[in-house]
Ligand binder design. Structure first.
Ligand code: ADP
Ligand code: MG
Length: 553
């Protein structure tokens, strides 16, 4: 597939059978291969794509001349190709590395590469293939990744006689968005926020789904570095950090991020399948990914996954005005609403005590009722919203505790008897080098002897601590340039627990005023669309959907 893209194809059609074991074929309409180059194509380390001076500046997907030679050595390979401007096509067959004579063939411009009976001559390697279904999942992931990277090229994938992907070539400014819709679904577009940012020598853009639109696997996390699909641990790690306290355990975010880096600051030749890259400024890139994603997600405010609106949304064919519609553009309510009763709508009579807002005044509308002492029902400009009062309040408390931590620092408690922890010298040095940062997080350490550190104070939030375990975790994090993330993570976990216990329980009666105040708080609070455990805090029932449900048109 990469060769087809490098050949300037406008269509790439992939077929496979039995998870690729029996057949993988890729057909393209690219520049083709000249007859006298055809034998070279399957030779080891022969590539038409790289001259010596290019080594620092690789712009093609291929550059090692390895793929065809490697596959030709372990399968029955056939290449049928017609070069641009040439009046006939040629076919070359190779079986376990041995080429047969070239034959004239019939074909439009472009190349068809068919790989049959993969590993037939090397049973030991055949045994390492996974089940047909997991191999075909891997094939589909590879096709989807390349299809996302190249929206202006049409892609299809057939497995047996099942069509697994059909993506037409897109044009124009919205090509990428259209392709994202085809590959990841409209629900992803409706539930995601734009990501954007830059640092010196690199920029990022893309879309990231809000946390409630999540998956039980990581396969819908797509990263492209200079147009190349990669599964890079640095980028994926930084991305999952941005979702850290938003997703429930075992759930994964959905995102597509395009990173452009000055090619001279990037090494793409570090992984056998080119799935990983090496950034020269890795901590800058980490900062770029974490920072821009964090900003995007905070900006999503109270937005929850439209897809969670269940049957209502299905009725409306997953049209989610909440996440995509006009309400998102509403100005944020004034911050003076903190702990004050809602303000009157303009023009409302001043004599009414504690006036109720109009449904159209705020994104989450006006509270109308509380049901089962659990749910708040609000009327919005375009429908009804149901709020889970406990889940919503829990998030608010959690964000407040976190903001407090950030503003006032972390309170620490001196240990009655300081803990002495022995460490190897590299770990010890790393920890002592970060002593200032750790102090800000409430952990006070000092050198002790030549091979230990002394823990004098610990964050009060953590209660009794296992100093040794904590220090070892921290040293590990610091070794991976992660900063003191482990400590922050523990603190946030504690905040989350406190928030859970300090929140309005289900079962508590609320006045209309209290309900409205909760709604206004939600509108102002980052991430309030989901509780700390990643569940949605509210569900939107647009009027249009309700009408359809009652078959009113
Ligand atoms: P690389 O892509 O690293 O150059 P490959 O083994 O994948 O190495 O391919 C070897 C060569 O065969 C390429 O450099 C290219 O010249 C030619 N080639 C392979 N596939 C195609 C194709 N689909 N269209 C045009 N040329 C191709
Ligand atoms: Mg190649």
């Amino acid at each position: 597939m990469e060769n087809a893209v490098d050949a300037g194809a406008s269509r790439v059609d992939v077929r496979c059978e039995e998870g690729g074991r029996r057949l993988i074929s890729v057909s393209d309409d690219g520049c083709g291969i000249l007859r006298d180059q055809l034998l070279l194509a399957i030779e080891r380390h022969a590539t038409s794509k790289l001259s010596d001076e290019d080594l620092q500046d690789i712009r093609t997907l291929g550059f090692r001349g390895e793929a065809l030679a490697a596959i030709a050595g372990v399968s029955r390979l056939s290449i049928v190709t017609r070069a641009r401007g040439s009046d006939r096509a040629w076919q070359l067959g190779v079986a376990a590395g041995v080429a047969s004579d070239m034959q004239p063939a019939a074909r439009q411009q472009g190349t068809l590469v068919e790989v049959r009976d993969l590993f037939y001559a090397t049973p030991a390697r055949l045994a390492f293939l996974r089940t047909a279904s997991s191999e075909s999942m891997a094939i589909a992931d590879a096709v989807r990744g390349l299809a996302l990277a190249h929206p202006t090229i049409g892609f299809s994938l057939r497995e047996g006689d099942r069509e697994r992907l059909s993506a037409r070539a897109e044009t124009g400014e919205d090509a990428r968005a259209a392709r994202l819709g085809t590959v990841l679904g409209q629900a992803f577009l409706d539930s995601s926020v734009p990501v954007q940012g830059h640092v010196e020598g690199a920029f990022i853009e893309g879309l990231a789904a809000v946390a409630t639109h999540n998956r039980g696997h990581r396969r819908d996390q797509y990263v492209f570095v200079n147009g190349r699909p990669v599964r890079d641990p640095l980028v994926l790690g930084a991305a999952s950090g941005a979702y850290r306290d938003l997703l429930p355990r075992g759930r994964f975010s959905v995102l597509a991020l395009w990173i452009e880096v000055d090619p001279s600051r990037l090494d793409v030749n570090v992984h056998p399948a080119k799935a990983e890259v090496r950034f020269r400024d890795s901590s800058e890139i980490r900062r770029l990914v974490a920072g821009s994603l964090g900003r995007a997600l905070r900006g999503s405010g109270h937005m929850a996954d439209g897809g969670r609106a269940g049957s209502f949304a299905a009725v409306a064919q997953r049209r989610h005005p909440y996440s995509a519609g006009p309400r998102r553009g509403m100005p944020p309510p004034p911050s003076s609403l903190v702990d004050t009763p809602p303000q009157a709508a303009p023009g409302a009579p001043e004599t009414v005590p504690a006036p109720q807002p109009e449904p159209g005044d705020f994104p989450l509308g006006a509270a109308r009722a509380q049901l089962h002492k659990m749910f708040i029902v609000t009327q919005t400009a375009e429908g009804i919203t149901l709020v889970d009062q406990h889940a919503a309040h829990e998030r608010l408390v959690y964000e407040r505790v976190k903001a407090d931590l950030e503003k006032h620092g972390v309170e620490s408690t001196p240990l009655l008897i300081p803990d002495i922890v022995r460490l190897d010298s590299a770990d010890r040095q790393r920890l002592l080098d970060s002593a200032d940062e750790l102090r800000e997080l409430g952990l006070v350490i000092e050198p002790f002897g030549t091979d230990a550190v002394c823990v004098r104070e610990a964050p009060s939030l953590l209660g009794e601590i296992d100093s040794e375990g904590l220090l070892r975790d921290l040293a590990g994090e610091l070794a991976e340039e992660g900063g003191a993330a482990a400590l922050r993570e523990r603190l946030e976990a504690v905040c989350s627990k406190m928030a859970c216990h300090g929140s309005i329980r289900a079962g508590r009666e609320l006045t209309l005023e209290q309900m409205n105040r909760l709604l206004r708080d939600m509108e102002r609070t980052p991430h309030s669309g989901q509780c700390n455990h990643g569940r949605p805090t509210y569900i939107d029932l647009p009027l249009d959907d309700l009408k359809k449900l009652f078959e009113r048109h």
